[in-house]
Unconditional design. Structure first.
Lengths: 481, 254
């Protein structure tokens, strides 16, 4: 057995660091899905009639849709009737301040290292912590409110800012968009909402940590971020989930709207339970994320580091409608053991002089399968549109796979599109070189992988970049090519 | 310092080293010469611990320890340095970052405190003076986009920072023009110390004009066929390797 194989074995036997369960009473609705389930979710959340109608429309659309099968992933059929669609921790008291948060839940977040404490958040992170389906605590609200920034749970936004929610909900990802988006629209339980008013630059990174805790609970989050004219916001999303034997479905929807001259940076570090080394358990992460550069000179940047989940199916995209608008996608996706990822982006150029950049870094180790799937569409009126795509794959070991499916559709003659792709293997040469300088094999692999991901990491906010690098180290610990 | 006895090694089923005996004392500079395919680079690789090379017989003692029992990184931390014939590129990894990690791994092993960025950079600046190294090289990715000469100079520069006790230069002169050769040799000479030994593996006598060896060994078909002082190198230069062997002359001055 070569060092490479040995270390991949070691890596496979690593325990999932975040595999613990928090013991809190949960308020759940019965297993299964029908119109009554949806009515019950809506009733418990005290939603207005228009939202219930929207959910029901989505549900009826979903019934007519088929689960997509085009992705380069394999899994057993999902029994949608065997999922609990709503689970909320029972609050012991009304949650007026952080001190009132259930200590069990707070301990969970502490184990995850989430800076929910105000003093930790002084570092500049406002956290809206989503625990299963209900937002538990939101920090820095007051400070943000002074600037007119709204940052709260989705449910609260529905109550407090119904006009904004009604105007933008489903305006980027319609309830009929795709199978999982329709399902989410029907049953979504909570999520985050942010609105940055005209000309306001959000002074801190907004952050949400999602965590799946209760057993057999599908998590259907919905995030909506609106940056009004000239506004700027950077939003961080981090995810971890405890170890479970059964697969759990996570079908989230994220909608971003950027009006004239607005900028939204959306960064994700996803570290959900990937399943064990035999591929048992793990999260199915089937997510629809889309940004709409609705106004002139607007800009949306997606940065993602995907190290977890048994299956990742997500294509954060940008609709570049406003003239001169810019869409960017920077991605690192890691698959190890039997993890599968089919991820990429869609850049839809509609406006003149629109520009998009795609940098995708896929890392496959163990028996992991990593697919980049991207679409660049340049419409008839998108004169002088430009796209640059770069897809690099790194293989560690010889049992994994990397695949690239770029789709390109250009309908005018003034546009330019560039595509570069590479596949490389971490070479014994590189590792030996590092070891000859005194570095351990593990440090060598981490260093080589970090170097490979550099272009993406530098797009992440500083604090997140450090975390991402650590996560990558944990995910690939010991693996060599 | 280093004691090699009856060393046999093979790669991919082919026996390359067929019984090497060599003793290197502290502070000595030994040149290993020989035609292509004689086993020079294999010897360097075996000493550094490359996994593809299998030692089938013999022993190597380094500072009283069984060298062959150590992992490559342990050998490095114990002060064995190999200047690669073909330095490897590591895209995206900053040269300074790489070298700092290496230095601190070695310092940690020696029980010395790790250097912080400030101390490291002042050490780097000091060592840069020895070699003609452009400071921009430090912020570039390891060996990526380096010219052949830059790569070789970078190897010697790393050596200057890591301060090994036994340095093995594997054909460091290949692909260098005369100016680069002089700079590299100057760097190596500046690092000569009574407690630091050097093995210079080279095909040509040229490098030995600038790095004057205490001993010269000629390798042929996996064995040392002749050992002598620096004059042996000059003799070789005049007569070619064929002089030492029966049959067809191999190599010599290209």
């Amino acid at each position: 057995m070569s060092t490479a194989e040995r270390t991949i074995e070691e890596l496979a036997t690593q325990d999932y660091k975040y595999g613990f369960v928090t013991d809190v009473d949960a308020d759940t609705v019965p297993r299964g899905l029908n119109e009554d389930t949806i009515r019950e979710i809506s009733r418990r959340k005290g939603e207005p009639g228009w939202l219930l109608d929207w959910r029901l429309k989505a549900y009826r659309a979903w019934l007519t849709m088929e689960e997509p099968t085009w992705a380069n992933v394999k899994h057993d059929p999902i029994d949608y009737q065997d999922i609990i669609y709503y689970s909320a921790p029972k609050p012991k008291t009304a949650l007026g301040s952080l001190d009132e948060v259930d200590p069990e839940i707070r301990r969970t977040f502490e184990k995850l290292g989430i800076p929910i404490e105000e003093q930790k958040a002084l570092a500049g992170v406002a956290v809206d912590a989503v625990f299963d389906s209900v937002s538990v605590a939101t920090t820095f609200r007051t400070k943000l409110a002074e600037l007119g920034i709204i940052f709260c749970s989705f449910s609260e936004a529905v109550r407090e800012h119904p006009d904004l929610v009604r105007e933008y909900l489903g305006s980027v990802v319609p309830h009929t968009d795709n199978f999982y988006a329709a399902l989410n629209s029907a049953v979504f339980s909570d999520g985050s909402f942010a609105y940055i008013p005209k000309g306001v630059r959000c002074p801190m990174e907004l952050s949400t940590y999602f965590r799946i805790n209760a057993q057999n609970t599908g998590q259907f989050e919905r995030t909506l971020i609106v940056a009004d004219e000239g506004a700027y916001v950077s939003y961080l999303e981090g995810c971890t989930a405890p170890m479970r034997d059964e697969n759990q479905l996570h079908a989230a929807v994220v909608e971003l709207v950027a009006l004239d001259r607005a900028t939204i940076k959306y960064s994700t570090v996803q570290n959900w339970y990937p399943g064990d080394k035999e591929g048992r358990g793990g999260i199915y992460n089937f997510v629809t994320k889309r940004g709409h550069c609705r106004g002139r000179d607007s800009k949306i940047t997606w940065t993602q580091v995907e190290t977890g989940s048994a299956i990742t199916w997500k294509y954060p995209g940008c609709i570049l409608q406003g003239d001169n608008s810019v869409g960017e996608f920077y991605s690192v996706a890691v698959t190890n053991n039997l993890q599968q990822a089919d991820t990429g982006t869609k850049m839809i150029h509609l406006g003149k002089n629109t520009r998009s950049t795609i940098v995708s870094k896929g890392i496959s180790a163990g028996r992991g399968q990593n697919t980049y799937r991207g679409m660049v569409k340049i419409g008839r009126n998108a004169e002088n549109a430009r796209n640059y795509s770069q897809c690099d794959s790194l293989l560690i070991g010889d049992k994994c796979g990397a695949h690239t499916f770029p789709y390109i559709e250009i309908k005018n003659t003034s546009s330019q599109m560039e595509h570069e792709a590479s596949t490389s293997k971490i070479g014994e040469d590189q590792i030996f070189y590092c070891r000859q300088r005194g570095l351990s094999t593990e440090d060598a692999v981490n260093m080589i992988v970090s170097g490979f991901c550099k272009e993406v990491f530098r797009e992440l906010p500083m604090e997140f970049a450090v975390e991402a690098q650590k996560l990558l180290g944990v995910s690939l610990e010991g693996s060599v090519g | 310092m280093l004691d090699i006895k009856n060393l046999h090694a093979r790669v991919g089923g082919n026996e390359i080293l067929k019984g090497i005996d060599l003793t290197v004392g502290a502070g000595e500079v030994h040149a290993i010469m020989g035609p292509n395919g004689s086993g020079k680079s294999t010897l360097a690789a075996v000493l550094a611990g490359r996994a593809e090379y299998e030692v089938t017989e013999g022993s190597v003692t380094y500072e009283g320890r069984d060298l062959l029992d150590l992992d490559p990184e342990e050998r490095a931390r114990e002060g064995l340095f190999l200047a690669f014939q073909y330095p490897v590129e590591i895209p995206g990894v900053n040269n300074a970052y790489f070298l700092k990690a290496a230095l601190n791994a070695i310092r940690k092993h020696r029980g010395e405190p790790e250097l912080d960025a400030m101390d490291f950079m002042s050490l780097v600046r000091e060592r840069m003076k020895i070699l003609d190294i452009d400071s921009s090289l430090m912020s570039r990715p390891v060996n990526e986009g380096f010219s052949g000469g830059e790569k070789k100079r970078n190897e010697i520069f790393q050596m200057a920072v890591l301060e090994p006790r036994l340095a093995i230069l594997d054909e460091t002169d290949s692909g260098l023009d005369i100016d680069a050769l002089k700079t590299v040799a100057q760097g190596v000479n500046a690092l000569r110390r009574p407690d630091r030994s050097t093995i210079v593996v080279t095909h040509y006598q040229r490098l030995l004009d600038y790095i004057v060896p205490d001993f010269v060994h000629v390798l042929s078909e996996g064995r040392i066929v002749r050992s002598g002082g620096k004059e042996l190198a000059i003799e070789l230069e005049e007569k070619g390797y064929g002089w030492l062997e029966a049959g067809e002359p191999v190599g010599g001055r290209a």
